[in-house]
Design a protein around this ligand. Sequence first.
Ligand SMILES: C[S@@+](CC[C@H](N)C(=O)[O-])C[C@H]1O[C@@H](n2cnc3c(N)ncnc32)[C@H](O)[C@@H]1O
Length: 711
Amino acid sequence: MHRDITLVFCYPDCKNRPSEASITHKTDENFSNLFRHLEASWTLFGKQKGSLAFSYNQRWLEDSETPHGAAMKDGDIINCVEVLRLTITHPNAPSRIFTVDPADVSVTFSTLFDAYKIASGMEPAHLRFTIHNMQLLGDDRIVETLRTLRESNEDFVITAMPADSRFSLRAVAPTLGDLYLQPSRGTTPEVMLRELKTALHKMDAHWLSKLICSWPEPCSSQNHGEILLNFARYFMTWRDDHTVCGRRQTVDKFIADQVSIIHSLEQLYNDWRAESLAAANLLESAQRGSTSSLQHVIQANAVRRLLRDAKIISILGRLTHAWKTCGIAALSSGPGLPSDLQILRECRDTNLEHQTVQDILEARNVTPGSLEGETAIGETCSHFSSPVYRFPPVDLATKTELRPASFLSDVRKSRREIIQQEWNMIAREAGAAGIEFVNEADDEEVPQGIGTLFPYVERSYIFDVGIPRPTASVGCGCHRKKGCGNVRQCSCQSNLEGSPAYTPKGLFTFNTDSEIIECNNACECPADCTNRVAQFPRRLPVQIFKTLKRGWGVRIPVDLVRGEVIGLYTGLLIRREEADKLSGSRASYCFDLDVNEAPDEEPPENAYSVDAYGCGNWTRFINHSCDPNLQIISVVYDTAPEDNMPYLAFVATKNILAFTELTFDYNPAHQTEFQSKKYREKAHTARKKSKNQTRCLCGASQCRKWLSVAA
Ligand SMILES: C[S@@+](CC[C@H](N)C(=O)[O-])C[C@H]1O[C@@H](n2cnc3c(N)ncnc32)[C@H](O)[C@@H]1O
């Protein structure tokens, strides 16, 4: 059976210290468990100033006296014991009252809590905590402990009593923040006001929202009306100070929040400006120098970025300004705010502009000479009607609320989101489907070397400096009736041996190794002619995803059928001799367009290569496999075949399930003597040539090939 237990930590000289004899009364097992635990804890505290005493009947308590001389009841204050009384109750367990040494308050609480649990085998349901000395509310450790207890206990009551017991303040959970002022008989409003000021000044009571004052008797003071009014004003002021910008928060917290918001806005603003500046410089140098079409693309991207940035920068600028102004106004007019010294310090720490600091100081009417000391709360309390500044501030131009949280999340996109957005925008302009970067393997956001300045080109070449523009293509004269279905009659398809390159559904027939000349703008046939396939924008969305062993690769989130033309290899069109100078990973994104070349002969003057190292599209991420599911076909439609500038189109060589990695053979054995395309990156079976090579990890059985390490 449980009995009520009172544990008292007394100072050694306490006259009410219970006799040693009472300690020997260990009548029930739970109690002795509890005692053992506490004994251990007490030693743990290592404080010699206290000793442990206990009583489990009411006799000792009854012998004691309350401060007012009445017989002591359960829950009353014991004269000699310093200050704190903790009552833990459980609906099914007897009440426990612990009175503890405030010097060990936090340790003691948790120990007592544990002790209670061990002794009763139950979780305490209610926690009542009485502070008999209001000064303790200024003690950081106690305030911290209260805060912890409050957070972990739904039904938590704090009662604060000033030392002279003239009134008590009660903050009741879960509303946590209502303060009940319960003056005892004889307490005058003057005393109340004084004590309340002291108490509130010391309390970190930002949880306080309401003061309910019940007066036990008519006030004896002659000017009690005025004092009461003062009292109310004082409280309102105090409360306003803690109701900053419409939210219950301490001014310190408010400042910290504002400063961090402004700081992050400024940071963002500066970052965007820096990026934008880089784009502008690029644009300027592109305009000054001899402009290749690569520079044109870069230029176009830079302009696009500048336009977007200009918008963002202006929004950011407005937002930062509004936030600052509103924050400064709130800070500068509120009474009882943190000292100017503190504001100065905060401003300095967060690099707020000098002008901002001046604004605050000016608004607060402070001369620099007076910054030595902190402004006391009492000095500012006369401004009891401080305006409350509502946040978020409103953008006066658009009348919309400026909410940094949502704005920042929108603007502060990850690198992946920014690049993905940019690539999609360009793909969309080219009429192509979406592109997504997916990384479920590690935390790399985007492939190495892909930044905001990487020019994405969905389906055309960028011409290097000095590359002649292609001549116009020549068209067929087929009419709708005859159509281009008859290969022998369509001049565009004259190089094919009898059967067309595409089925009527637009799938590659695999009937030819030759270059495919598609009907085009110069032809008289209609736009839905079956000899037009690769020239249309990509219709399938692609995912550039991080593979486990082969860097980034490509997959398509839908099933593919054999013969589907997926997209074109793009990049910078360079002369062959330039391509020959490339080596290592720099060369591993380069295709030779060698349609009319004979092996072992010098390449003709108009031999070109496509370099996708510094610009290109999603196809540059297609990895090699010895058992590939794609092959490449050469297609011409907007240049003359003699120009030697065909497009390289990727075609599915089998039905491919959605999300299967797309691969092609970097060095196919079946290449004909006159190849139409030759990937510079070779998956070769010769021995490893340099340390910059890696084993082919395509997973095909018997694969013994080597590839270069990608950039
Ligand atoms: C055109 S890139 C392909 C994209 C590349 N994975 C990336 O992350 O940029 C060619 C490079 O990818 C890597 N790679 C491609 N296929 C591979 C394979 N089967 N095994 C190992 N590495 C491969 C090699 O480093 C090669 O030089």
